[in-house]
Design a protein around this ligand. Structure first.
Ligand code: FMN
Length: 236
């Protein structure tokens, strides 16, 4: 028992040391003004580098996104799967300096306004809540499908060296009014996209989050066997 306790403590110390070294290395990279590309997921099993290295930064560089990259992002979203192929998503895109961007930005909660101003592009994501084939009925998959479209957009953006940060913290009603969103549609998220920036531009309260390790629940709490909550061997 004592052996287990000591060995657990040693493992904890090792984990902290590794995290501190990684954070230190990242800070060094930033202070040398070399742009950071990754804050990799500390995975239990190996995954595709695009998935491993994607994360949601709050500091963006002021470089605008090239038109071809914007085109590819929305082309990728377009090819996401959806229930009955209804493709219930729409996007309103603001580029820094235009009135669409200013209007989307004006809907963000104060916390998000603290950082999102550095993003060159803000996207308002909208889901059609009524079914197209059967307009009387609700499309229960609308938000799910929109989420998948954003995931496609996110990974295409990542393949092009861009980073995406989604937000739920904004005034949905104000956004719907500002952009004449029809009644049978839902305003769901605002997404910031751009090239990664220097965390030192962030408000002091936000810097620690930018440097922090990315955390996830263990797979054993998410993937089950015979019954809900019951373990399955291959994730242990
Ligand atoms: C639907 C949705 C809403 C979110 N809302 C906010 C938000 O309002 N503000 C914010 O700073 N981050 C927001 N996030 C970002 C999450 O906090 C972030 O994805 C999560 O902490 C995991 O971090 P990672 O993406 O770097 O792995 C949101 C993410 C999603 C998918």
């Amino acid at each position: 028992m004592l052996f287990n306790f000591v060995s657990n403590q040693i493992n904890q110390i090792k984990k902290c040391a590794v995290t501190s070294i990684k954070t230190f290395e990242r800070e060094q990279t930033f202070s040398n003004k070399i742009s950071m590309k990754t804050k990799p997921a500390l995975t239990k099993f190996e995954i595709h580098p695009l998935l491993k290295e994607r994360w949601s930064p709050r500091a963006f560089s002021d470089q605008m996104i090239e038109t071809e990259k914007l085109q590819r992002m929305f082309e990728a979203a377009r090819w996401a799967p959806s229930s009955s192929n209804e493709q219930p998503w729409s996007f309103i895109v603001g580029r820094k300096g235009d009135s669409v961007y200013a209007n989307i930005f004006s809907t963000l909660v104060e916390f998000n306004q603290l950082w999102a101003a550095s993003a060159p592009v803000l996207i308002l994501a909208i889901a059609r809540k009524s079914s197209i084939k059967n307009p009387e009925k609700e499309n229960h998959s609308a938000r799910y499908d929109l989420g998948q479209a954003i995931a496609y957009l996110t990974f295409q953006a990542a393949a092009d060296g861009l980073f995406v940060h989604q937000m739920g913290g904004f005034d949905l009603k104000k956004a719907a009014e500002l952009f004449n969103v029809p009644e049978n549609h839902l305003v769901v998220t605002v997404t910031a996209v751009g090239y990664i920036g220097d965390p030192e531009i962030l408000h002091p309260n936000l810097k620690p989050m930018e440097y922090a390790e990315r955390l996830r629940k263990p797979l054993t709490e998410q993937v089950f066997g015979t019954k809900f909550g019951e373990s399955i061997d291959f994730v242990e």
